[in-house]
Design a protein around this ligand. Structure first.
Ligand code: FEO
Length: 397
């Protein structure tokens, strides 16, 4: 969006669209880009910015700040989170407004010093502290590990806006309206879930604690620091976060395979046929070599069941499947059914590794485990079909 946009009373969006980064955190692809949302509140006695944006966007961000401030000085910068996608321009703001004061919590302080060399003009806040801008009283709540230890959210008790930073954020740049009632859910919900699965999912237990903490606030709008701004149906958005952080999946299954010459692929297809025979209509079949893990993680979070099938590579898991396993162990999903199968030629290894994975991830494993030598026989494919059928039946129980 090319200009500052008023998004509530005395409240302006001053963010930017990033279509230039191919990957978020140099890890996660951004086919729809990503937005860094920041905001300015102009009270009667003082002004405050909520977060900044990523470093390369100084000129665009600064111009929007000036538009929002309309000739006034910037008095405060609320630092909800120190990751450089939001804190990238802190030093530059201090250069432009030398009297600027920073608002952060105790865990913000060392990061402010480390990233920006800032040790002065810091107001340290704790849970429940407030800042009165004149007509807008900001209340601060720490949400440690959502996404870093110093993460916090800011609530404007006058407008009911929750500036939630990474929480409720999503991939995807703004393509017109900023708000949920200005676009189709299908354009933001999948990218919000992909963001959740990649960035937030590891801290799902913290999300539950944060939802309980925020439950006492009369939230009318949620303005995250990435993606869509919410004002249409706040309860629906909160219930999505509640669902994802409780690992509650839809009735469907993800089948992921790693295959060099098509044999493990055929096993995966047999698992899918088994799922279909059990009347599962939502089935996602992914080649781990060709689908980015972020989409696979997203759908594993979306559905109740998944199966991993790997050929053996140098006596171990096929590397793209190994990468998926590692990412899942980092996030430890719960309440999902798991199926596993492996194949080998000159040395076993894949199924043994998947068994070790299943042991560690502590999900309910559905039998049979299938191990195939070279090409799957008719009997092998029947076992794969049976695995899919059993996974499908588990979904309906
Ligand atoms: Fe969007 Fe954790 O930074």
């Amino acid at each position: 969006m090319y200009k500052a946009i008023q998004v509530n009373k005395d409240t302006f969006w001053t963010g930017v669209n990033d279509y230039e980064s191919d990957m978020f955190e140099s890890l996660w692809p951004l086919p729809q880009g990503v937005a860094y949302n920041s905001y300015v509140i102009t009270g009667t006695t003082a002004t405050a910015a909520i977060d900044t944006v990523k470093g390369p966007y100084l000129d665009e961000y600064y111009n929007k700040l000036l538009q929002a401030l309309n000739g006034r000085t910037l008095n405060y910068l609320v630092v909800n989170h120190m990751e450089p996608d939001h804190a990238g321009l802190i030093s530059q703001l201090k250069s432009k407004w030398p009297s600027l004061k920073f608002i952060g919590n105790a865990k913000t302080i060392p990061l402010l010093k480390g990233y920006h060399g800032i040790t002065e003009d810091i107001i340290t806040v704790k849970d429940g502290d407030t800042l009165d801008l004149g007509g807008h009283v900001l209340k601060f709540a720490t949400v440690p590990m959502l996404h870093w230890p110093e993460s916090m959210v800011t609530f404007d008790s006058s407008t009911g806006v929750l500036f939630s930073n990474d929480s409720f954020g999503g991939f995807g740049a703004h393509e017109g309206g900023l708000f949920d009632d200005e676009k189709l859910n299908s354009r933001w919900e999948d990218e919000m879930l992909r963001y959740y699965a990649c960035i937030v999912a590891k801290y799902s237990n913290v999300v539950q604690a944060a939802l309980r903490k925020l439950g006492t606030l009369d939230i009318k709008n949620i303005f995250p620091s990435h993606g869509t701004l919410f004002r249409k149906d706040i309860k629906q958005v909160i219930s999505l976060y509640d669902k994802w952080s409780r690992f509650e999946g839809d009735n469907g299954a993800v089948v992921v395979y790693g295959s060099m010459y098509g044999n493990t692929k055929r096993m995966a297809e047999a698992v899918c046929s088994g799922l279909s025979s059990a009347d599962v209509k939502e089935i996602r079949l992914y080649d781990s070599s060709r689908t980015d893990p972020s989409y696979i993680l997203r759908d594993i979070w979306k559905f109740k069941a998944f199966a991993l099938l790997s050929c053996t590579y140098n006596t171990q898991l096929y590397p793209p499947i190994e990468a998926i396993c590692s990412k899942l162990l980092n996030r430890m999903p719960k309440n999902k059914f798991l199926g596993i199968a492996g194949s080998y030629s000159w040395s076993k290894g894949a199924l043994t590794a998947l068994q070790a994975f299943a042991e560690k991830i502590k999900l309910e494993k559905i039998n049979p485990e299938v191990e195939v030598f070279t090409s799957p026989t008719t009997e092998d494919l029947s076992k794969c079909f049976e695995l899919g059928k059993n996974l499908g039946e588990a979904l309906h129980e």
